[in-house]
Ligand binder design. Structure first.
Ligand code: ADP
Ligand code: MG
Length: 728
């Protein structure tokens, strides 16, 4: 019935409040998950599945492994071990034994479950205080009113207000509304790769009958996401280049040479090569698209400085975009001094620049009287209008979405683009994901001979770390103590991770690192996280009483943050107790010891970023990862940090650890249109989509043919937040 198909198709873009059971209050709660439309809802994919058919007995369940256990509730109790923390403990019996189930911060379970109920719990089994135990497992009450029909239960990302079970129910209602909608993928492509229809795929990824069906559905949806991404990138590139005159930069000008002379050190061979490759791309009379890949601490910033100087030498202007204020300020200080010496004028623009300063700066920039503007997301604002932008540099580019990149580049006529990243991306993937790209790699740190050791310590042995810190302090060096986030629950972090990159922007410096998976390891309760605030006080009064201890966290005001960083840099603060605000890019070479508390609560990529803060100078450095965890898996994961100091190796290891369920929905990319793609795993699909998109656009550059109109619409919707792509 064509009318129904039409209606179903239109329903995709109606507000989520159309869906049965979604009240206005719940619509608001859904909005916090980034769900506004029915489309957002039906693409709110499960983050994992629980296979109820793989049932174990308590006796048979193996410690450290995921499994499902069915049993009868013997007893259920609500406890409050700490203020602000509720804990439900369930004693579950099956014919073979007793399983203790602990659920943090889910007091509502008391209303849903009572003694005598038959339930299934699914999660990782541990052994504690003499019992087999599951902490925060998935819990399903069996019997009447059971929402799960098949033996595979999807687990949707949820929040404190919206339980996974409720999300599951309304996703099902949402699917009803859009059943029968047109499939935007041309039939030819679907046949070639034997892809399910979108309708079937959406149903199957949310509610598979069998686990394998979800995989097939994912295959279809991943391909679709990637095809849209590729089409977007290519059209975007073409639009950018159309009628534009790319700049052939002058790369041996006076300012560039003055910049080189101002450097306090000699470049390493790798840095020189990267610099030359970048300058070569900039000198060519075509739009450069260059990515500089190098592990943390390899010295990418100064290499980018040469590019900024070359832009100025060529009569052009440049933007340097950084993901956090701390980082933007640091670039402004560090590079700023060198740029000054080279006669390149520059300014700093962040969310906290005062209105009058901002207006003055933007006026100069618009008049072409300011060469370089360094800043945060504030640079993306529409009123940042350079007179003649010829270069855009994006630092820590993995932190930005495709749309944000596009927005920055749209500020000039085909400006050259330089991306800096510490995320290891294989060459072919980089090509597919970023269009026609040239690449430079830096593998070694400038002070590569300088030792950096990493040691994992149990909580009892934390004293060793403090001893090492005190020795370093006695030598006049500085120390970081890193604590998990202040006043931010794991759910909030999940939400941020699930939200678009603009949400991360609004959230400020503590934007979740996209390379860190939303995995079970980090899915814990916030209330028992060591509060950095308290920690700083305790350390000041005890271990480091004769030194100056201060606190830095994302919740602080910008000025306060600036002030603390400033004084740490100047050596007026000895011990900086910080949250992951310092995770990216912060550069204080005199800091030589880092102690990470509750290290098991961080992802490996994030720990690697963190430890990149020390060992940046000529002195050797020590990193201590303190963990109270006894779980073998956590300890093995941390041990990898001891074994290798190489970010690429670590990323490969991290990937090898992830299970199917953990990978699903893991966003490494941060692009707004990508929900399922994992750039490490989906390499082959990325390449296929790249070729297919190219072939489609070769024949039909504006996607005007009947077969392609639906594609054009999908691409527009997937990347609707940016403005430069021509409508059609
Ligand atoms: P990243 O690649 O992580 O962005 P940075 O650009 O912040 O690294 O550089 C790390 C540190 O190394 C900085 O303190 C920087 O000044 C220093 N550095 C960079 N290049 C050299 C070099 N050739 N010799 C000595 N120190 C260098
Ligand atoms: Mg950097």
């Amino acid at each position: 019935m064509p009318l129904n198909r039409e209606q179903a198709t239109l329903a995709l873009d109606e507000p989520v409040s159309r869906v049965r059971l979604v009240s206005p209050a719940r619509a608001r709660a859904l909005e916090k998950l980034g769900i506004r439309t029915v489309r957002d809802l039906v693409t709110h994919f499960p983050r994992s599945y629980i296979d109820l058919s793989a049932v174990e007995t308590v006796a048979g369940a193996r410690i450290g492994e995921m499994c499902t256990i069915r049993g009868t509730v013997h007893e259920i109790k609500l406890k409050k071990p700490k203020r602000n923390l509720s804990l439900v403990e369930i004693a579950l019996l099956d014919e073979t034994g007793l399983l203790m189930v602990t659920a943090f911060r889910q007091p509502w379970l008391m209303d849903q479950i009572k003694a005598g109920d038959a339930v299934a719990v699914s999660g990782k089994v541990s052994f504690d205080y003499g019992f087999k135990r599951m902490t925060n497992p998935f819990i399903e009450v069996l019997g009447e009113g059971q929402t799960v029909t098949g033996s595979v239960v999807p687990v949707h990302p949820a929040t404190e207000k919206l339980s996974a079970a409720w999300v599951r129910r309304i996703v099902a209602n949402g699917l009803e509304l859009v059943r029968g909608a047109f499939d935007p993928l041309p039939l030819g492509l679907r046949l070639r790769y034997r892809l399910m229809s979108r309708d079937a795929a959406l149903q199957a990824i949310h509610f598979p009958e069998l686990r394998a069906e979800a995989d097939e559905a994912r295959r279809r949806l991943v391909y679709e996401e990637l095809l849209y991404l590729e089409l977007f990138l290519m059209q975007e590139g073409a639009a950018r280049a159309a009628g534009c005159e790319p700049t052939a930069h002058v790369v041996d000008g006076g300012r560039l040479r003055a910049f080189a002379d101002a450097l306090p050190f000699a470049l390493t061979g790798e840095q020189e090569r990267a610099r030359d490759e970048i300058l070569e791309a900039m000198a060519a009379p075509s739009t450069a698209n260059h990515m500089l890949l190098g592990d943390v601490g390899t010295g990418k910033t100064v290499v980018a400085g040469f590019a900024l100087a070359a832009a100025a030498d060529s009569g052009g202007q440049a933007l340097l975009l950084a993901p956090t204020e701390v980082l933007a300020e640091q670039h402004h200080k560090g590079l700023g001094a060198l740029l000054e010496a080279a006669g390149v004028s520059h300014g700093l623009l962040t969310g906290s620049t005062t209105a009058s300063e901002r207006a003055a700066m933007l006026e100069l920039f618009a008049a072409g009287e300011l060469d370089v503007l360094i800043g945060t997301h504030a640079l993306l604002s529409d009123d940042v209008q350079p007179a003649h932008l010829t270069l855009a540099v994006i630092d820590e580019q993995q932190r930005f979405g495709v749309d944000q990149r596009a927005k920055l580049l749209a500020k000039g006529e085909a400006p050259d683009a330089l991306y800096l990243t510490a995320t290891p991306i294989p060459r072919t993937l980089a090509l597919a994901l970023y269009g026609n790209l040239s690449l430079s790699y830096i593998k070694h740190r400038p002070h590569d001979k300088v030792q950096r050791t990493t040691k994992v310590l149990s909580k009892q042995d934390q004293g060793f770390a403090f001893d090492a810190a005190r020795e370093a302090l006695a030598r006049g060096e500085q120390v970081y103590v890193v604590c998990p986030l202040v006043g931010c629950s794991s759910e909030e972090r999940d939400e941020k991770a699930a939200g678009k990159s603009s949400a991360a922007d609004a959230a400020g410096d503590e934007a979740y690192h996209p390379a860190v998976a939303i995995d079970a390891e980090t899915d814990f309760d916030a209330a028992d996280v060591t509060a950095a605030t308290k920690e700083a006080q305790i350390l000041q009064n005890s271990t480091f009483s004769e030194y100056r201890v201060e606190l830095l966290h994302g919740g602080m005001g910008t000025e306060a943050k600036q002030d603390v960083m400033e004084r740490f840099r100047a050596g007026e603060i000895d011990v900086l107790v910080a949250t992951t605000v310092i995770e990216v890019g912060v550069d204080v070479p005199n800091a030589t010891v880092m102690i990470v508390e509750d290290a098991d609560r961080f992802g490996l990529a994030q720990l690697h970023q963190l430890r990149g803060r020390v060992g940046r100078g000529e002195k050797s450095a020590e990193v201590y990862l303190v963990s109270a965890s006894k779980r073998e898996e956590s300890l093995a994961r941390l041990a990898a940090m001891e074994t290798t100091d190489d970010g690429f190796e670590l990323a490969a290891y991290d990937l090898s650890l992830r299970r199917e369920g953990d990978i699903l929905g893991n966003r490494q990319h941060g692009a707004s249109g990508l929900k399922l793609v994992n750039i490490m795993r989906d390499g082959a699909v990325i390449e296929a989509a790249h070729k297919d998109a190219q072939a489609i656009l070769d024949l039909d550059p504006n996607l005007e043919e009947p077969d392609h109109r639906a594609l054009a619409r999908e691409v527009r919707l997937a990347f609707k937040n940016e403005s430069t792509i021509a409508g059609g």
